[in-house]
Design a protein. Structure first.
Length: 300
């Protein structure tokens, strides 16, 4: 009895249709029939009752499919428990961040203090696009992510600790004369360069808030990431809108001006049912850490 044969049995038992089951399994009907026949020979009794018009589970087949479902459930539950146990006993804390985040100043003190207190725990930091960030958390590739607070409103299985409110900044190219950041008045007269909704889906909420308070821009150019935003600004194609965590090219000829009363809130986000010992320790460190707001930090 092979895994393939068991899968064929399960799918055919669910749909009771050789054509549909073969399509789902992506095999031919003859191959499906061969696997079922091999199972029946091995057991010594029929698993299905076949007529010209229908396919039904035999009484023996019903007993086996019920048992198989119970075993599958128990096995999956055991896998989850084993994974949780590994997280509890592990010595690695894996954190995910957004591509382009300026984490050096924001997290440096927290990371260093955590490592000093818990030298047995290895911190692994990986960056992902906005679209990938939550996927990596779902797939257990990271234990927690630093992301926008708006994500918590979309997923009931997530929990989070607020860490920082980042001001939004208008960014333009510094010029010898003429139009500069301080000259921007009505956004309706300005072309804005923004990250695409797919690469930064949660940042878009803050842009909508900006539009409600400041007015709709004349034109919006969507690009793939924060580096592309600043590149287009440098080319003179428009004005960028970024948060403090995204200001990563401070040496380049950009001018940043903080917007008033518009903030992007960052949280450490994790699954409610998946809090390892290392994550709990890190959360404790966040609650006692002191972080100085970054207003004006872009101009350092």
């Amino acid at each position: 009895m092979t895994d393939k044969q068991i899968k064929c049995f399960q799918v055919l038992a669910e749909h009771l249709n050789y054509t549909k089951a073969a399509q789902i399994l992506e095999i031919s009907q003859s191959t499906l029939s061969t696997h079922i026949a091999a199972l029946e020979r091995g057991f010594g009794f029929p698993l299905f009752i076949r007529t010209n018009r229908s396919v039904e589970l035999s009484p023996e087949g019903e007993v086996l499919i019920d048992a198989l479902e119970k075993v599958t459930h128990i096995w999956q539950q055991a896998q989850n428990e084993a994974a949780e146990l590994r997280l509890e006993k592990g010595s690695v804390l894996k954190l995910g961040i957004l591509e382009g985040q300026n984490t050096e100043q924001f997290y440096r003190k927290v990371w260093k203090r955590f490592q000093d207190k818990h030298p047995d725990v290895e911190l692994k930091i990986r960056s992902f696009s906005g679209a990938e960030l939550i996927e990596k958390l779902d797939e257990r590739e990271v234990d927690a992510i630093f992301g926008y607070q708006s994500l918590l409103k979309m997923r009931k299985d997530l929990d989070g600790v607020s860490v920082y409110q980042s001001p939004l900044y208008l960014v333009t190219l510094k010029q010898e004369g003429g139009r500069t950041q301080s000259d921007i008045g009505n956004p309706g007269e300005t072309c804005f360069v923004l990250q695409s909704k797919s690469s930064a889906p949660f940042f878009n909420q803050y842009f909508e808030e900006f539009c409600r308070k400041k007015g709709e821009p004349q034109k919006v150019i969507r690009v793939s990431n924060i580096a592309s935003v600043l590149m287009n600004v440098e080319l003179g194609l428009g004005t960028g809108l970024v948060d403090d965590m995204s200001i990563i090219f401070r040496e380049q000829p950009f001018e940043f001006t903080k917007t008033e009363d518009i903030y992007a809130e960052y949280c450490l986000i994790f699954k409610r049912t998946r809090k390892s010992r290392e994550l709990k320790l890190f959360l404790e460190e966040l609650t006692v850490s002191e972080y100085h707001p970054a207003a004006g930090r872009a101009q350092d």
